[in-house]
Design a binder for this molecule. Structure first.
Ligand code: GDP
Length: 291
């Protein structure tokens, strides 16, 4: 039986060291994740399930305020997702092309996910962290004012395409809004939009523009909270609770579970990879629970 409070998959692995070996062998687990699996369980939980780690600091009455188990993969599922994100001769992960307008975007048959967020929210850093198992992938950053901002397309093997959308500022130029709006509204194979919010400052006015866009077009989207290593636990908990309340009360299309991440400590990165692999139809974990 799993230790009290531990998700079943996690508890099983801790109690059966042999299972660790099985996970590594069965999925050709990357070196990096094999190391994660060797961490003491407290550290492992903090790294792989940061929301669960934060939940421990909530007073018992407010535990229901986090939706922890809607996407609830086992460590085996996460290990499988790692192999999708690992570059090999058979699994090419690479930058494909850039486009200023949707009609210049490559026509790609695979499912697509896109990342949007304010400039400086940590989008390039997050995408680099997601691609850390394919270190040669170049995530382009164009921050100089006046430079044309483009959508960048990355191929992840035969599995899916990841699109890095230009960051928006307080005064997003019209052509930028047109580009993003048109893409979000018309891209047929877009499976999920990842909307990045800086966990240090919470939802800002400009983030609301992106939320309104996703809501207006009835897109399924997910809120990813960046830079969680920067705040004290108390501050982070406060922000996460506020953002969770916003999602619960003000949104229709937003996935109810938040994804806190750090591109510095890699906290939350493995879980996010697993979620992306799953919602693009490549993992079939069957671990979604909608209540
Ligand atoms: P972008 O404009 O959204 O692509 O943002 P960047 O990825 O360039 O990040 C903006 C700034 O935030 C840079 O100084 C990054 O080093 C920093 N940053 C990004 N992600 C993190 C993170 O997870 N933790 C910390 N501490 N800093 C981050």
């Amino acid at each position: 039986m799993a230790a009290p409070g531990l998700r079943p998959g996690l508890g099983r692995l801790f109690e059966m060291p042999a299972a660790l070996g099985r996970v590594r062998r069965a999925y050709g687990t990357s070196q990096a994740f094999a190391e994660v699996l060797r961490l003491p369980k407290k550290q492992l939980t903090k790294l792989v399930f940061p929301l669960q780690e934060l939940e421990r600091h909530l007073v018992p009455d407010s535990k229901h305020e986090f939706h922890l188990k809607i996407f609830d993969p086992s460590l085996e599922d996460i290990a499988r997702a790692e192999s999708i994100f690992t570059v090999t001769a058979q699994n090419r992960i690479e930058y494909l092309s850039s486009a200023e307008r949707l009609d210049h975007a490559p026509a790609l048959p695979r499912p697509e996910v896109c990342f949007i967020g304010r400039s400086n929210v940590g989008k390039s850093s997050l995408i680099k962290a997601l691609f850390s198992l394919a270190p040669d992938v170049e995530v382009r950053v164009s921050k100089k004012p006046g430079h044309t901002k483009k959508m960048n397309f990355f191929k992840v093997g035969k599995y899916f395409t990841l699109v890095d959308m230009p960051g928006y500022g307080y005064r997003a130029p019209e052509d930028f809004v047109d580009m993003v709006e048109t893409y979000l509204k018309e891209r047929k194979n877009l499976m999920r939009t990842f909307l990045l919010v800086d966990s240090v400052v919470g939802i800002q006015k400009t983030d609301n523009i992106a939320v309104e866009m996703c809501e207006e077009f009835a897109l399924p989207y997910v809120m990813v909270l960046t830079k969680i290593d920067k705040s004290s636990k108390g501050h982070l908990l406060k922000q996460v609770l506020q953002i969770q309340k916003f999602v619960d009360t003000k949104t229709q299309g937003c996935f109810p579970q938040l994804f806190p991440v750090s591109a510095v400590t890699y906290s939350g990165i493995h879980l996010l990879r697993c979620f992306i692999a799953d919602i693009t139809g490549n993992l079939k974990t069957h671990c979604f629970q909608f209540s």
